[in-house]
Design a protein around this ligand. Structure first.
Ligand code: ZN
Length: 293
């Protein structure tokens, strides 16, 4: 999640509100293929691969949604929870780490995810300083560039994006099923949050999206960090909007325009109807782009 940007567009209270409403979240389960499902509704999208090696989860959702998530997981299969991968360090993807670890999960993530969870970390766009996470929530295993796993008959390739939405983002590619979880590098149908406080930038988001587009096939299923299950064409539209808004805002900023003047010029107008109805409104997203150009 969710809001963000410069001081003018930051969203105080967002984190508390998200945590407080998590318990009443409605979780929906979407069965994809290759025995992989996605749980939506309690933070970032959670992918689940059950099987004889125990359940593998990609992302942990909000801790307050534990009963609902546990119920949804039980509905997927009776296998115990054994492995959890975090796509990045943000709380809507890692808040549930501690309980999932208690339930039996070994946690794997990029080394910067452990770094940020291991210490108090502030996100300026949310006007919030996260306390150090409890020991059980910390990834027990980390990697820096690439990692491959074999679990439940699936080959799973993990790859670090480099600085993108944060500087802890990874993709998780189930190669046989041809399904990729791209974390918060992709918000399907919504303007994305970009966390400059921990290494993210608009240019990094564009680079990550280009990397996703080099991998994606016509049949590949793309699980975004937020929003509906996507595909190649949606990813391409998202790349186009990020690149076009970046260029528009950069040109206006170069002319010496202020953020308020640029927002008034509506550089996102062509995309607002389709992408601006989520947590990041056009003004907030424009602010995030402005910060990075
Ligand atoms: Zn995020």
């Amino acid at each position: 999640m969710l809001f963000g940007g410069t001081e003018a567009v930051s969203a105080p209270g967002l984190v508390e509100k998200a945590r407080n409403t998590a318990a009443s979240a409605t979780i929906t389960v979407h069965r994809l293929r290759g025995n992989i499902s996605v749980l939506m509704g309690a933070g970032g999208n959670i992918a689940v691969l059950p099987g004889s090696d125990g359940k593998l989860l990609i992302d942990a959702g909000f801790a307050g949604a534990r009963p609902k998530i546990a119920e949804a997981l039980a509905g997927v299969s009776s296998d115990p929870i054994k492995n959890l991968i975090n796509t990045h360090w943000h709380f809507d993807h890692t808040d549930g780490n501690d309980w999932l670890h208690s339930a039996g999960a070994t946690i794997l993530a990029h080394e910067n995810t452990r770094k940020y969870l291991s210490t108090a970390t502030r996100v300026d766009g949310w006007a919030f300083r996260f306390a150090r996470s409890p020991a059980g929530a910390l990834p027990g295993e980390v990697f820096s560039t690439e990692r491959t796993l074999e679990l439940n008959g699936a080959n799973i390739a993990l790859k670090y994006y480099g600085p993108a939405h944060t500087d802890s983002d990874i993709s998780v590619h189930f190669t046989k099923a041809d399904i990729i979880h791209v974390g918060d590098t992709f918000w399907n149908g919504y303007y994305p949050f970009i966390d400059y406080s921990t290494g993210g930038s608009i240019d990094g988001m564009i680079r990550a999206t280009e990397a996703n587009l080099t991998k994606v096939t016509d049949k590949m299923i793309v699980i975004p960090g937020h929003g509906a299950i996507g595909d190649k064409s949606q990813l391409a539209s998202y790349r186009d909007l990020l690149a076009a808004v970046r260029d528009k805002v950069a040109a206006l900023k170069k002319q010496g325009k202020t953020l308020d003047e640029i927002v008034a010029a509506k550089p996102t107008a062509a995309w607002d109807a389709k992408w601006g109805g989520g947590f990041m409104n056009p003004r907030m997203f424009t602010g995030l782009v402005f910060e990075g150009v």
